[in-house]
Write a protein that binds this ligand. Sequence first.
Ligand SMILES: [Zn+2]
Length: 248
Amino acid sequence: MDRRRFLKSLIACPACTSAALAQEAGPHWKYEGEHGATKWGEMDSKFKACAIGGEQSPVDLTGAIHADLQRVAIHWKPETFDIANNGHTIQVTAQDGGSITSLKITYALKQFHFHTPSEHALGGKSTAMEAHFVHSSSEGRLAVVGVLMVAGKRHEGFAEIMRAAPKSEGEAKLKTALDPHSFLPQNRSFYRYEGSLTTPPCSETVEWSVFDSTIEVAEADVQAFRALYPMNARPLQATNRRFLLKGL
Ligand SMILES: [Zn+2]
């Protein structure tokens, strides 16, 4: 839940306030320094998985096993998304963003957001940025689709998001509808593995699909993002005994 919506929910439920505020007052995590990514697991008992989990994300996408994987079927919907600067990233929140289907489970698109540099790496190398499309099923399972981004040709949708993004914590709305499909690379080869949220509480409930091919966005828009968030990527995590699969 983003902070603004969270605060609205307090107004709707005054009796919940003290418990909810206690939750909201939880540790303020960051990417670097005293509350940085290597400290998350010690900051709160709810964040334990960040330190001791065995299936954490992101990972280096290397040494994948080629497999006959069913592609994720993507049916997103264009809309005039809400754009939030939430203190950790720029998040694009969907009202009715459509869905994806993976292994016969349908997941609704909840939001997408960005990291710089990319969180996943290809053969040890990160790219300029990464977009995460976060979906959840009716049973609360999560599926995240990752798209690696490099500086190059201007991407109209990303330019529009950066133009609308509040410079400090707050919310805005796109003026015109954006089609999230514009963020998909042409070549849809992808990696799949079981992992976690890359932010606290680092819950290990995520089916990851990350495309092998990158998309291009304007260098000026990467810089516009970095002016707000110079570094918001969690370091690479150990693969341990997980299977990293690659499908065509
Ligand atoms: Zn993310």
